[in-house]
Design a protein around this ligand. Structure first.
Ligand SMILES: Nc1nc2c(ncn2[C@@H]2O[C@H](COP(=O)(O)OP(=O)(O)OP(=O)(O)O)[C@@H](O)[C@H]2O)c(=O)[nH]1
Ligand SMILES: [Mg+2]
Length: 700
């Protein structure tokens, strides 16, 4: 079995991950907006007698990397030297996509082209002449439709053929692959620089002609590479001289002259290979965008889309959530009636069914939400939302692109949300976004909101309240961004540049797959970390045991038991701190436990209520947690609101904190600022709401 490594490179949103999934049978995240993949991911495929490692890279427009995700792609192609680079090209955007090709050619990587999205091109009434493009570029070109897995076998065969040919002919294919002709003047300078670079042993592993062009191109990373060599000064001086020479000759910066030659090349290729078909279909994208991106309607349309997502989620999920709640309540009753009274029974009924069941009851809601947002993501609207929001965002010191990490946090988890900030070019924008993305209501926080909104609002108000909560989370994120950009992270956000993909009607299979992929994470978490934490919480409230006092009622005994337990005592220590924000000790325990995973806030409340509950004589069915909270006089709508605001703002779970720490460059100061800052901010916000509300007698 021969082992080969294949890298998938290409512009953002050209379908690399889709092809990766089709090739390897895995389930990497795809989405119809640029910047979905921010880290390289590898998978395996055995084809014929070859053991192929396939690496999916983040999208990149050029090999001069600007943002952190592009650095990943560039470094892999240049340093790891995969056996074959499959350049995935969006056929419906050929000219722009071939720009990267010119650069991959310059580093002399063994490249072949997977011409993707030919279906979109066809629907635009065009096709690409494959023989002609192969002839012009001098490399293999295979047309594929990634999301329908068409042409994938063909692609695999050609990868192997090309690999063998490169091996046997030492990189020489039948016809020399084309590269950009920079004209004699620039070429002379390239040759001079090449001859200097050639002599440096420290640079022997880097393609010299690429380094030469990059030096003329004023590429900072190329210059950094040169600095490793012995005669770095001499080379850099020559580069300056060459650049000055070009500038003088063309009266234009070398960068723009080089780009001009490259675009000249891609334009010539695109012109001669794109053929018009007779029957054109209508392209709806410009028409929809006329409304979706308009000054007056952009924001209202976005708000309407969000409202639609929430009403879809809440309306459709409510009966299913009820069913789940009833089931877990029944299951708890059933377990306590068949098991003899014992610590095991309590662990099972009060701990696991009461706690984890409380979390799992909201599983349908979470699934519906994931489905709705997947639709939003795959249709191509998400990139528009970022565009529309850019104007508002920039007023708060944020970048339009920052909106995507915020949406990704909403759509599942702050961990990928923080990772997604890698697509931001400016370090400052990125850092601010990492600070504020965790304020969004992630999939794990969703059950907390659903629980309290379900407890204190009527069915027909819930969608609106939930929508307001999301709006509030955006307002909080924006205010925090404003605060950061006026204090620790001063500066202006970079300009908004993002390609807007064409609209697609998402495939049902794609949506279900996405929903399940994220839903499964939720289930897995519930079955592992949440069970574990629930057991710990249960034990913490159950032990040490206080002897039953016969003078007290059963209910009073349960209260005394909780008060004297380890966590009960800890809660009493915390009580004075949380009293001004309308909480008691036990609730503060739920919040602290929630630092491990936000669902645990719900499971802890579930356990607390289950432990405090007393079996009634006639043993009627126990109510779901939502109803127990609604019936508890210790809560009020105002207290619930303060609690929710606290949950929205206080530090994210450990997983998100760890990623935050890593992605901010492992600087302790940012982590401390985030943790302390968010805790203080959460307390203050909840304090204001509770105190003002109490004073005005609102919802008390
Ligand atoms: N119509 C059509 N859509 C496709 C095709 N291939 C991929 N898509 C869709 O294009 C979008 C982008 O696909 P991805 O695989 O996420 O693109 P990517 O290149 O990995 O993007 P980044 O990770 O952002 O660089 C998704 O919505 C896919 O479903 C295709 O051949 N035809
Ligand atoms: Mg991708």
């Amino acid at each position: 079995m021969k082992k080969i490594t294949v890298a998938l490179a290409g512009n953002p949103n050209c379908g690399k991950s889709t092809i990766f999934n089709a090739l390897t049978g895995s389930n990497q995240h795809v989405g119809n907006y640029p910047g979905v993949t921010v880290e390289k991911k590898s998978g395996k495929k055995i084809h014929k007698d070859y053991d192929i490692t396939i690496v999916d890279l983040p999208g990149t427009y050029s090999l001069s990397a600007y943002s952190d995700d592009e650095v990943v792609a560039r470094d892999f192609i240049i340093k790891d030297k995969p056996d074959i680079v499959v350049h995935v090209v969006d056929a419906s955007n050929l000219e722009r996509n071939l720009y990267l090709f010119t650069q991959i050619r310059e580093i002399d990587a063994p490249v072949l082209i997977a011409l993707n999205m030919v279906d979109i091109l066809e629907s635009k009434g065009q096709k690409i002449d494959i023989d002609e493009i192969e002839r012009m570029l001098g490399v293999s070109v295979i047309s594929v439709v990634g999301n329908k897995a068409k042409g994938i076998d063909n692609l695999l065969n050609r990868i192997i053929e090309d690999y063998e040919r490169h091996k046997s002919e030492k990189g020489v294919i039948d016809h020399k692959p084309a590269s950009v002709d920079y004209g004699d003047d620039i070429k002379n300078e390239i040759v001079i620089l090449e001859s200097l670079i050639e002599k440096e042993s420290a640079l022997s592993n880097l393609p010299k002609s690429w380094l030469a062009v990059k030096l003329l191109d004023n590429d900072a990373l190329a210059a950094k590479n040169i600095e490793k060599s012995e005669n770095a000064d001499k080379i850099l001086k020559q580069a300056e001289k060459s650049r000055a020479h070009i500038q003088e000759h063309f009266n234009e910066t070398p960068e723009s002259k080089i780009a001009e030659y490259r675009y000249g090349f891609t334009n010539a290729v695109a012109k001669s290979v794109i053929k018009e078909l007779k029957n054109k279909k209508k392209d709806w994208t410009p028409l929809i965008d006329k409304f979706a991106l308009s000054r007056a309607l952009g924001i209202p349309i976005f708000a309407a889309v969000m409202l639609l997502i929430f009403s879809f989620t809440f309306t459709l999920s409510t009966p299913v959530v009820k069913l789940f709640e009833t089931f877990f309540a029944w299951f708890g009753d059933f377990a306590s009636s068949v098991l003899p009274e014992s610590p095991i029974q309590s662990l099972l009924v009060d701990g696991i069914i009461g706690g984890v069941g409380g979390v799992l009851s909201f599983f349908p809601l979470v699934l519906f939400m994931f489905f709705a947002i997947a639709f939003f993501e795959d249709s191509g609207y998400m990139a528009r939302a970022a565009f529309v929001m850019d104007k508002i965002m920039s007023r708060f010191g944020l970048h339009g692109k920052s909106f995507l990490p915020m949406m990704i946090s909403t759509n599942g988890c702050a961990v990928p949300g923080i990772m997604a900030t890698r697509t931001l070019d400016s370090k400052r924008d990125r850092l601010i976004t990492m600070f504020v993305a965790p304020f969004m209501i992630c999939g794990a926080k969703l059950p907390i909101f659903a629980l309290f909104i379900g407890a204190f609002f009527a069915q027909n108000q819930r969608t609106a309240v939930m929508f307001l909560m999301y709006v509030l989370s955006i307002i909080i994120a924006l205010s925090a961004a404003k605060f950061l950009s006026k204090t620790v992270l001063k500066g202006e956000p970079a300009h908004f540049v993002m390609e807007l993909p064409p609209y697609h009607i998402p495939t049902l299979k794609g949506l279900l797959l996405k929903m399940w992929e994220r839903g499964w994470i939720y289930i897995k978490k519930a079955g592992t970390i949440i069970v574990l934490l629930t057991i710990i919480i249960w034990a913490g409230f159950k032990y040490p045991q206080t002897p039953i006092n016969p003078d007290l009622s059963e209910e009073e005994n349960a209260v005394v038991q909780m008060e004297n337990s380890v966590l009960g005592r800890l809660g009493q220590v915390l009580a004075p701190i949380v009293k001004p924000i309308g909480m008691d000790g036990n609730r503060s325990i739920a919040l602290i436990a929630g630092l491990a995973a936000k669902e645990v806030v719900v499971s802890t409340l579930g356990t607390i209520y289950s432990l405090g509950e007393v079996d009634t004589e006639n043993d009627e069915s126990t109510a779901p947690l939502r109803e127990k909270i609604a019936a508890d006089s210790g809560w009020s709508p105002l207290k619930a609101l303060a609690f929710l605001i606290f949950c929205m703002i206080y530090p994210p779970c450990i997983a998100a904190l760890a990623v935050f720490f890593k992605e901010t460059g492992s600087k302790v100061k940012w982590l401390v600022l985030m943790f302390m800052g968010n805790t203080a901010f959460a307390w203050l916000a909840a304090f204001l709401i509770f105190q003002v509300g109490t004073f005005l007698k609102l919802g008390v």
